[in-house]
Design a protein around this ligand. Structure first.
Ligand code: BGC
Length: 911
């Protein structure tokens, strides 16, 4: 019997993903959300089905697992407990749920997942590369046939022709590259992802992608094709611009294993081996930092189709000597894709004859050029984030990144989109042959990033705040490219841990980052040294200006190895991530304690960047470092408790106490002034609970003083910025928090927006009217860390907070209503369902609409305590009210459903 009210499972995820392409575990975990009408809806039981037949699974029949009815409210990361999974399976799973009345839902539309190649022995394919010399004595092909000052390599093209004599039931391809690849079958591109397989420390680990290619193959002749570029493996990235050697290897290689199952369940394999043939073609070179040079005249039509004459191609070579074969892991996160498009507008011609185009948004991506041009015509596209006062392109801040694409026309109508490069830019400077009519060219900016599902939306009555939110989201997209990078434009683009941990919560409100960080934590673990030191950047890099060792162990950066697993747990409820990382977290704590017996973390063992990019006075580094240590001791205490490690819990509790004691002695004067007396010093001491109660009270007033002293402006660097508005609001100074947030004078977010920012700048003074651009040595206009205020927009302006560890099953709703901004509407799609908070001042009324997903509860704090709040026009039922210790009656506990709260404000309209 079905309930009259609707109640059913939605958003089926496995291992945080809607569609896992390969599993890295025999015990995948299932998560579903719930949708339903009515209030106080709850799941009381569930039943999961897993099988290989989609239709059967939809009807509740699965040969691999039928959990049976399980009486439980769980819907997050429920582990598989069926028959042992095998490699190379396509599975479907579904779930049905029972509500609080005992009514049962239908089964959800089954979700698909690939198991991948779970055992290393499943791999039969060998790595292949394009050999320099054809073995038959033919003249070696010119490797860099054009003027190529960068010694970047031409892309490798590989092809393999084969015949299928029986009809196919199912075909799956497992593919990856040491470098970047585009995989093709019978003239068609496979999948829609780009820049695969992404970035890992290729010495240790590489991800592969799994594709269902059944529909691309046919009986008879077939061709597999691959274009392989240098990418993160052997091209330039992460300060490697001198070509002293690349971080990981010197030539790209390709790996592919195609499983073809016929009607009788026989499986045939086509794998990369010397039967493949190779050549170079139109990509003269393609590099993430330099750009791509493409000579369309060299295209070989049909090279990836049957019936192509490949007698000029020669055999690919197996690559037998890798320094150390990397572990092959199924892709854990969402693929990189081309997402939004921006039409470019021609602005003007510069004095040096370039045409300047504007795409209106600073992005990380590529430019598509559609053109009608004569044979041999050469076009050069340079990319940059800003223009100089004379209208020419500003590229000094790219440092050695050229961000330049070169295209040589094959004649007629044609389209060019570079394959293996990404530029951080808003403006394009195009050089075309003399007398060429640029009206014949259409340029479009295409954003390229890890395509994570959208999680949050935020809009308010303040255009400036809305632009700030847009700038934050774009900066996140632009820098979430396989790993969280610092910037997409200059020759750096590294996964800096400090920036990422500061921005983590903001990022998680905007996009569903669960799988992205799950994968990146492995990069961090891969980079941890034997003595427990976490890196400052992950994936680890080799050739840098920090040679001989990559930067590591910086307080606030290396510390992310402890902070991030905890925050991921808080946000997504994934305890396994904590368990998996616990050993490494403890080793880092051991290392710090061993080296700082006085409980003041004063030794800069490696790097110490402090409160990076603050203005005015700098925060004492020992104070900064010790505060992070205390924060970690706190996290370790909670983690040990959660994992039931009693001794460790006691150890870290004691450690936190020792640190606090030492901190107060070393850094706090009698009048409560902290060493260095900066906003960040107070913010860290307050947030990371380093002070006793009377000292904390005094610290707040000193914090207010430091804000007053700067005329009500922020002065913090990237570490203080995350804390400033939340701390002010938490301790009763929401008005000052709003003041900082809404400021438009220097330094502020509003100042950057007034000056045309469409992304978050690396530095408060990235550009000022007095001084123009900051030092080109380090001045990205697309750096997310100072955008860490985004968390405050969701958590306090809109009022949506997740209760840590509940994975969204419990919320805290505490909006800070504000007449100046008039309204705010935000939503957040947790894995369990969508929550909405929408408040607005409406004539004589303050209205607050909230929507809570089924199976979830919220503690709601009515924003204005004066006056009588109503629920749906009536008095609020007594059983909803949970007075706080001081007896205030504005705290409610509410179950799922939609609620409208209203407050008559007519007597206060003059406020
Ligand atoms: C990066 C920052 C990073 C910092 C550490 C800079 O070059 O852009 O994001 O945190 O270095 O020193």
């Amino acid at each position: 019997m079905f309930s009259q009210l609707v109640f059913y499972p939605i958003d089926l995820r496995c291992e945080h993903l809607f569609l896992p392409q390969g599993l890295n575990t025999y015990q995948p975990r299932f998560t579903w959300g719930l949708a339903g009408t009515g209030r106080n809806r709850r799941q009381t039981a569930y039943r999961i089905i897993v099988g290989t037949d989609k239709k059967a699974v939809a009807n509740g029949v699965g040969e691999l697992w039928d959990s049976g009815r399980i009486e439980a409210t769980d819907s997050v990361l429920v582990p598989y407990a069926g028959k042992v999974l095998k490699s190379d399976q396509v599975l479907y799973w579904s779930v049905q749920v029972w509500d609080e009345t005992g009514a049962v839902s239908k089964f959800a539309d089954p979700a698909m997942l690939f198991t991948g190649l779970m055992d290393p022995s499943d791999w039969k394919a060998g790595w292949i590369t394009r050999s320099f010399f054809p073995p038959d004595g033919r003249t070696p092909p010119q490797d860099t046939p054009y003027d190529n000052p960068y010694s970047a390599l031409p892309a490798d093209y590989h092809r393999r022709e084969f015949v299928l004599s029986t009809p196919i039931k199912r075909a799956t391809a497992y593919v990856t590259a040491l470098g970047l690849y585009e995989f093709r079958i019978n003239g068609q591109r496979v999948g829609d992802q780009v820049l695969a397989p992404g970035w890992t420390d290729f010495h240790k680990r590489i991800e592969y992608q799994s594709y269902d290619v059944t529909s691309l193959l046919c009986e008879g002749h077939n061709v597999l094709g691959a274009i392989v570029g240098e990418g993160w493996y052997c091209g330039r990235v992460a300060l490697n611009h001198k070509r002293a050697g690349s971080h990981y290897g010197s030539r790209p290689a390709f790996l592919c294993q195609l499983h073809i199952e016929d009607k009788d369940n026989n499986v045939n394999f086509i794998v990369t081996d010397p039967q493949w043939k190779c050549a170079n073609e139109a990509i003269i070179y393609s590099d993430l930092l330099i750009g791509e040079k493409y000579d369309a005249r060299l295209e070989q039509q049909g090279w990836d189709c049957p019936d192509f004459d490949d007698q000029d191609w020669w055999n690919s070579q197996t690559l037998d000597v890798l320094p150390q074969p990397p572990v092959l892991n199924a892709a854990r996160s969402c693929p990189i894709r081309k997402t939004s498009q921006f039409a470019a507008r021609l602005l003007h011609k510069t004095k040096n004859g370039e045409f300047i185009f504007d795409i209106g948004q600073n992005i990380a991506g590529i430019t598509r050029m559609e053109l009608d041009a004569p044979h041999d015509a050469v076009f050069v596209l340079r990319h940059g984030e800003a223009l100089q006062p004379d209208g020419t392109l500003y590229t000094a801040n790219l440092r050695s990144a050229q961000a330049t694409d070169i295209y040589i026309s094959k004649g007629g109508q044609q389209v060019f989109e570079p394959r293996f490069t990404v530029h951080g830019y808003r403006y394009i400077a195009l050089s075309a042959p003399e007398n060429f009519d640029v009206a014949k060219i259409n340029l479009t900016g295409i954003a390229v990033h890890s395509d994570l599902p959208i999680a949050g939306s935020f809009t308010s009555g303040s255009p400036m705040l809305n632009q700030l939110q847009s700038n934050i989201v774009w900066t996140q997209r632009n820098n979430f490219l396989s790993v969280p990078t610092d910037c997409p434009q200059r020759d750096e683009r590294m996964g800096w841990l400090g920036d990422a941990q500061v921005f983590f919560n903001t990022a998680a409100y905007n996009l569903d980052t669960s799988s992205f960080f799950d994968k990146w934590l492995l990069d961090i673990t891969d980079a941890q040294t034997n003595d427990g030191v976490f890196p400052d950047v992950a994936p680890s890099i080799v050739y840098t200006r920090f040679a001989p060792l990559p930067p590591r162990g910086a307080p606030g950066w290396g510390d992310a190895g402890v902070i991030l697993p905890w925050r991921i747990y808080e946000q997504f409820g994934d305890v396994d991530i904590l368990a998996r990382n616990y050993g490494g977290m403890v080793r880092w704590m051991d290392f710090i304690e061993r080296n700082n017996p006085s409980y003041i973390r004063c030794k800069a063992l490696f790097s110490n960047w402090g409160d990076w990019l603050c203005l005015g006075k700098t925060t004492s580094k020992p104070l900064f470092s010790t505060a992070y240590w205390a924060h970690m001791a706190d996290i370790m205490t909670c983690t040990a408790r959660l994992l039931n490690r009693r001794q460790d819990e006691a150890r870290f509790t004691a450690m936190h106490r020792e640190i606090c004691h030492a901190f107060q002695k070393a850094f706090v004067s009698d009048d409560g002034v902290l060493e260095s007396d900066t906003q960040t010093a107070y913010l860290m001491a307050i947030s990371y609970t380093l002070l006793d109660e009377p000292t904390r009270v005094r610290a707040i007033s000193h914090l207010l003083r430091t804000i007053e002293e700067t005329g009500g402006h922020v002065q913090t660097g990237i570490h203080g910025i995350r804390l400033i508005c939340p701390v002010l609001a938490e301790y009763g100074h929401a008005d000052i928090a709003y003041d900082l947030l809404m400021k438009e004078t220097f330094p502020s977010w509003g100042f950057t927006i007034r000056n045309g920012a469409t992304t978050i700048w690396e530095r408060w003074d990235g550009w000022t009217p007095e001084n123009g651009f900051q030092s080109a040595n380090m001045n990205s206009l697309n750096h997310y860390a100072l955008g860490a205020v985004g968390e405050f927009l969701f958590a306090r302006v809109a009022g949506i907070e997740i209760v840590p560890g509940s994975a969204g099953r419990k919320f805290r709703l505490r909006p800070l209503t504000n007449r100046k901004i008039g309204f705010c509407k935000a939503s957040y799609r947790a894995h369990v369902g969508e929550i909405v908070s929408h408040w607005r001042f409406d004539k004589d009324c303050l209205l607050w609409d909230v929507k809570i997903p089924p199976n979830c509860i919220a503690e709601a704090e009515l924003p204005e305590t004066q006056g009588d709040w109503k629920l749906d026009g009536n008095n609020i039922p007594e059983d909803m009210i949970h007075p706080d210790i001081s007896g205030r009656r504005n705290r409610l506990e509410i179950g799922s459903g939609s609620y409208r709260f209203s407050l008559d404000t007519s007597s206060r309209s003059g406020e």
